[in-house]
Write a protein that binds this ligand. Structure first.
Ligand SMILES: [Zn+2]
Length: 351
């Protein structure tokens, strides 16, 4: 039975990142990718060193599961137990080997790097789109022998497989019990409890990842504080989330894919990630925008600008290696002058 609006929505008068007041930015936003039928308003933080956007009112905790009725973090494909980075052609093969070489020199992964990829990996340092693609492969984390890794919102465990293959002891949690069942079939150590009820001991993990998770949480600060508690001294929290200050949001406004109303309760940016992690007690915080989601987000935003509804998997990557990399190169040049340009915000926080 449908709940009356008063029970399904709660007022969120202040910014979930910094606690300041906001002003109305959008009215009557609709779910244009999944099935929720209600209309939503979004506020923007008036604190210029934060500038988070958030739904106000937002869904109540009781109403949250209904928003995810057809929102899957799992697919029905056959169960794969190995991480996949299969090169599409010879150019991709050389790039793949150069990425491995970069990860060897910069982050301590892999042994026995062949000469040519070893030399080419030096260019990856200079080229942000390739460098970020490589860094995202290890979630910006240096190799830690037998390091303990927690993936919060692990879905069916793709990130865990990647990290296990790199030598990490991986553990995952997710609210999606179907995704968790698939992850279990892959032999992964996963649970459908939330991070608070798991009650991990203090100082338990070397690395915690929240990849496209904090924008969904009713109280992101509480979860980041819990991550701080369960990280070892010197351990790292890595947050990856849509960037509300990127070029896509400026260009497409309410059609920007990153809004994903109403599942995204708030939209952070590098500044507001830094703000919230600093408040929680992290000492060394690097926050920046990453090009990793640019192609998908900009493609889907252009579709939303022309269509009332779209599918989450509607995306055709540029098939030509040359055209694809030329586009990335031009975007990277712009990124040297406009640091918040890209569609994904990342924070790497050390305890
Ligand atoms: Zn704020």
């Amino acid at each position: 039975m449908e709940q009356p609006e008063s029970q399904s929505k709660i007022t969120r008068p202040t910014c979930p990142a910094c606690g300041h007041e906001g002003s109305r930015v959008y009215i009557n936003l609709m779910d244009r990718i999944f099935q929720s039928k209600e209309k939503w308003n979004m506020d923007g933080c008036l604190n210029m060193s934060c500038r988070t956007f958030w739904l106000n009112p937002g869904p109540s905790k009781e109403a949250l599961p209904d928003l995810y009725a057809d929102y899957s973090t799992h697919t029905e494909n056959e169960i794969v137990t190995e991480p996949e980075h299969a090169p599409k052609d010879a150019c991709d093969g050389l790039l793949e080997n150069s990425i491995r070489a970069y990860l060897h020199y910069a982050y301590g992964y892999f042994e026995q790097i062949p000469l040519l990829p070893g030399l080419l990996s030096r260019f990856i340092y200079l080229y942000p789109s390739w460098r970020d693609q490589a860094q995202m492969r290890v979630f910006y984390a240096e190799h830690v022998g037998d390091g303990k890794f927690l993936d919060v919102g692990c879905g069916q465990g793709g990130n865990m497989l990647m990290m296990q293959a790199l030598g990490w002891k991986a553990e995952g949690i997710d609210f999606d019990s179907t995704a968790i069942a698939i992850a279990r079939k892959r032999g992964l150590n996963v649970s459908d409890q939330d991070i608070h009820s798991k009650n991990y001991p203090d100082g338990n993990f070397d690395l915690i990842l929240l990849c496209h998770v904090i924008e969904h949480l009713p109280d992101p600060r509480e979860t980041i504080a819990e991550c701080h508690r369960i990280l070892k001294k010197g351990g790292k929290l890595v947050l990856i989330t849509p960037n509300g200050l990127g070029a896509g949001h400026r260009k497409y406004g309410r059609n920007w894919r990153g809004l994903e109303t109403p599942q995204h309760l708030q939209i952070f940016n590098p500044k507001s990630l830094k703000y919230i992690c600093d408040e929680v007690g992290f000492t060394d915080i690097q926050a920046f925008s990453s090009p990793s989601g640019d192609d998908y987000v900009l493609y889907q935003s252009a579709l939303l600008a022309k269509n009332e509804k779209i599918g989450a998997s509607d995306f055709t990557p540029e098939p030509s290696f040359i055209k694809r990399h030329l586009k990335w190169f031009l975007r990277d040049l712009k990124g040297y002058h406009w640091r918040d340009l890209h569609e994904t915000a990342v924070a790497i926080c050390t305890k």
